[in-house]
Design a protein around this ligand. Structure first.
Ligand SMILES: [Zn+2]
Length: 283
């Protein structure tokens, strides 16, 4: 499932073929994904110029010159497939449509962008750009972890007195937007905090120390995504999934990476999701 860094990577991959470009034709091949598409979506996209791409939490936002914004949510398995565009001296041929290409944007410049989503947990919606903060998927989101509004004061205040495990508290999208299971595991390992520890019982000093760790973990993952993007350009035009070297996530039973620690990484299930941690390094 794509998390914030993966979404940032997809956004970066879409920018050269979308930003400043006109959507010559939009194809909408079914009425819905996770939720119904907005009314007349194809007509509202066709002929519009994309004036900018942004990310909010795990959503990609494409501002159109019609004063509307297209929201793209990759969901569990959504992929953006780009073809027909020039990369250096090489042109990926425009791909024929394949199964699960639910929405297709043919750009005036020749690129084809297909939103392919086998499991259909993804979504697209259109909203007035100046009313985006009121959109139901956006209005309750906390601050961006890499933005100025997310700081030590905010995090300490939001976690004070909370009786929930720190793992769940950091996954609460009203506390901080866009943090998901994988990166919360990595953050707690780096902070030396056990995922089951109650948020309200952790000292303000240790909570405050989470802020730069969250920023570092995400920034490093975005940088890794950027390098995967450079590789992708030589390959098949599929955006969004790349392998990181995680320190705990997905490493159950493997050695802890901390020098001098001889423990194995453990996995527990919290709120239906796997938490990976070192029982020695995280208290
Ligand atoms: Zn350890």
């Amino acid at each position: 499932m794509p998390e914030l860094p993966e979404v940032e990577t997809v956004k970066a991959g879409l920018a050269p073929v979308l930003e400043g470009q006109v959507i010559a034709r939009a194809l909408v091949n079914r009425p819905d994904l996770r939720w119904p598409f907005p009314e007349n979506m194809a007509a509202r996209l066709t002929g519009k110029r994309v004036i900018g791409l942004r990310r909010r939490s795990k959503y990609i936002l494409a501002d159109l010159d019609s004063a509307e914004t297209l929201l793209i949510h990759l969901g569990m398995s959504g992929r953006m497939l780009i073809s027909g565009h020039k990369v250096g001296n090489f042109v990926h041929p425009q791909a024929a449509l394949v199964k699960h290409d639910h929405v297709v944007l043919d750009m005036a410049g020749g690129a084809r962008i297909a939103f392919n989503d086998a499991r259909r947990f993804g979504a697209m919606d259109l909203m007035q750009t100046d009313a985006q903060d009121a959109h139901w998927l956006i209005r309750d989101l906390g601050p961006e972890p890499l933005g100025n509004r997310f700081d030590e004061t905010h995090l300490v205040a939001r976690l004070k007195g909370r009786n929930t495990p720190i793992k769940s508290a950091l996954l609460d999208q009203t506390v901080v937007a866009g943090l998901g299971n994988i990166y919360v595991c990595e953050v707690l390992f780096r902070a030396g905090i056990h995922p089951r520890r109650k948020a309200g019982q952790i000292s303000a000093r240790r909570i405050a120390a989470l802020v730069p760790i969250i920023r570092d973990v995400l920034t490093e993952a975005i940088a890794a995504g950027g390098s995967s993007l450079r590789d992708y350009k030589q390959t098949d035009g599929e955006l969004g999934y790349f392998q990181h070297g995680f320190q705990v996530y997905g490493r159950e039973g493997e050695d802890c990476v901390t020098p001098g620690c001889s423990k194995k990484i453990k996995r527990i299930v919290q709120s239906g999701r796997s938490s990976f941690f070192c029982p020695q390094c995280q208290r």
